[in-house]
Design a binder for this molecule. Structure first.
Ligand code: B12
Ligand code: SF4
Length: 529
């Protein structure tokens, strides 16, 4: 059967960078091994709107179309409805975390969609294609929710691959040139033993008949790495696992074996991964060892520096678990710290504690400052929903802050985030990627430190000012007015940060030169202060 798979569709007009979906690559590789013809299509490369996507699919010879859904359900509804008008006989299915949790809602809300594959999709997708080819009843497909007449029926899921090595290597569906600029995404394990309230990963694996966490063997992953380096000549990778490093001895043994294999085979790779803060605390030697085999960038879910908040989100860690958050400068690894600065019950003291913590690191960590977002079917969603504290819809659930000062500060911060996104945030990420060699050409250390230091200081300053002003104004505080006050007061600092970051995007200025951007700036534009 001819199958066409699409990664999560972005909302129209979104400019977020293209990231290859390893999940889609596995689905395609497995279905091909079962004898189907499978293509994956990334509409963002062609910059297509919903109509354009539907037209593209309509022109293809796909008989089964699969949409991966992460967040943008509305986009999938619109494309599916447009497609249905062009091709009445094509079978439209969906899958992924959100689709799994909201399977019945999706089929109820969008009549153009025929089915939802729940949980891991490799076996069910291949079974669905086989059933459709032979015109069989869909009841033999495992883990499928589908229409039968006016009803919605669901079949029980069966366990997915207990031994992940039985899966073929995922296909790489983006143009070759993409991998010269961006790393290859890898998945070495699936699942996570923790149960953070805001995350759907644990439910996805716990509700399925498969084991909660499974690993590919180090041999499989290293084999994949070697084969990609041989085929594409690029050695940059990004492990996208839920929690690759974990905290148990068993997980540590996996990492040790993986490191040894890379050393024994003399493989030179550059990679990044995501981990919990208590992993670093438990195994302080681990980062150095990973660094010696190519770890260049580490995303650490610090989340918060208040024990009450860590308990609220059920992170399974106390602040003493953050004890060993090292400085990038000392380690030679670029650190990204995920911080949840705002949640429904954030207090002013909690926010101040977090800002003080962030300030300590100056230019040593790239912080992602975030709002605790609610995703459908997560424990957080269930809790707030049961207490009647959710507004919006299941697709876009939101909550009201308890503390009015925090609400105002958040809206001021959000205003700056939107204001900065294109000019500061995104370019800063790009230059960090360049710096660590995850994309070319690399930038010198001093540049990155300068930009990061300026950016972190700017954001902390803005939030502190917003806090001061909204506390002083009390109930009269208006986020829009405070935003404008701060923007005017901090215009010089904003422009300087913006200029330095933009300057750094001109690699020709940086080549082997280690001087700081400020000096470069002064040399280039002596008229500037
Ligand atoms: C890569 C990634 C992204 C990429 C997307 C890349 C892409 N083109 O797909 C980017 C960076 C863009 C991204 C964005 C977001 N992401 Co994201 N992302 C991931 C990440 C790290 C890896 C995904 C992956 O490949 N996993 C491995 C594969 C094997 O698993 P899988 O993708 O789930 O696919 C399997 C099944 O779900 C199923 N399946 C999936 N799609 C389909 C489609 C069909 C047709 C079928 C049959 C089956 C099927 O079969 C697959 C194979 O077994 C996961 C975390 C993780 N490790 O999974 C988070 C994760 C999926 N993301 C998440 C979130 C919340 C988001 C955002 C909403 C974040 C935000 N606040 O903006 C956005 C949404 C963007 C959008 N456009 O909708 C959450 C989802 C939580 C939930 N809903 O419960 C996760 C789990 C992270 C987390 N721990 O919270 N993300
Ligand atoms: S540790 Fe990460 S993957 Fe695991 S439940 Fe928490 S947020 Fe989700």
């Amino acid at each position: 059967m001819n199958i066409l798979l699409l990664p999560p569709i972005d909302s129209e007009g979104s400019e977020s960078p293209v990231t290859e979906s390893p999940g889609l690559g596995y689905l395609a590789a497995f279905a091909r091994r079962q004898g189907h013809t499978v293509e994956c299509f990334e509409p963002r490369l062609a910059k297509l709107d919903y109509k354009g996507i539907a037209e593209y699919i309509g022109r293809s010879d796909a008989e089964l179309v699969g949409f991966s859904i992460l967040d943008n359900v509305e986009g999938v509804y619109q494309v599916s409805s447009l497609l249905r008008r062009k091709r009445s006989s094509v079978h439209i299915t969906t899958g992924g975390h959100l689709a799994t949790f909201a399977h019945r809602l999706i089929l109820k809300e969008c009549s153009a969609i025929d089915s939802v594959v729940r949980f891991e999709g490799e076996k069910p997708l291949a079974q669905l294609a086989r059933s459709l080819t032979s015109d069989q009843d869909l009841s033999s497909v495992s883990g499928l929710t589908y229409r039968s007449g006016a009803d919605i029926t669901e079949t029980a899921p069966t366990a997915s691959f207990e031994n992940l090595d039985n899966l073929p290597f995922p296909i790489r569906y983006l143009p070759d040139s993409h991998y010269q600029r961006q790393p290859f995404n890898l998945i070495a394990s699936k699942g996570c033993y923790f149960r953070c309230t805001f995350c759907g990963v644990h439910r996805f694996y716990r509700d399925s008949p498969s084991l909660v966490k499974r690993y590919h063997s180090p041999d499989y992953i290293v084999g994949q790495v070697e084969s990609l380096i041989d085929s594409y000549g690029s050695n940059r990778f990004w492990f996208m696992d839920d929690d690759l490093l974990g905290t148990s001895k068993r997980e540590r043994l996996w990492i040790d074996k993986f490191i040894k294999l890379l050393e024994d085979r003399g493989i030179e790779m550059i990679f990044s991964l995501m981990c919990r803060s208590d992993t670093i605390n438990r195994y302080p030697d681990l980062l150095q060892r990973l660094r010696s085999v190519g770890l260049k960038r580490l995303f650490v879910g610090i989340e918060n520096i208040n024990d009450d908040v860590l308990t609220r989100i059920n992170k399974g860690v106390r602040i003493k678990g953050h004890k060993y958050i090292p400085a990038s400068r000392n380690l030679g690894i670029e650190l990204v710290g995920g911080m949840i600065l705002f949640d429904r019950t954030t207090t002013v003291t909690e926010l101040r504690n977090n800002l003080a913590f962030i300030s300590q690191f100056k230019s040593d960590i790239q912080f992602n400052f975030d709002l605790l977002k609610v995703f459908f079917a997560t424990p957080l969603y269930e809790d707030l929903n049961s207490k009647g504290q959710l507004l919006g819809t299941w697709r876009e659930p939101i909550y009201k802050f308890e503390n009015q000062t925090i609400a105002t500060v958040f809206h001021v911060y959000k205003g700056f985030k939107n204001y900065f996104w294109k000019f500061l945030d995104l370019p800063l990420r790009n230059i960090i990627w360049k710096h660590i060699g995850l994309s070319n050409p690399p930038l010198p250390e001093s540049c990155i430190r300068e930009a990061l230091g300026m950016y972190n200081a700017l954001v902390v300053k803005i939030i502190r000012l917003a806090l001061e002003e909204s506390e002083a104004l009390g109930s009269k505080g208006n986020a829009h007015v405070i935003f404008e006050d701060i923007r005017k007061a901090e215009q010089n600092r904003i422009e300087e940060t913006l200029f330095v970051i933009q300057l750094m995007q001109m690699p020709s200025l940086w080549s082997a030169n280690e001087s700081t951007p400020k000096r470069q700036l002064a040399a280039l534009c002596p008229q500037l202060p």
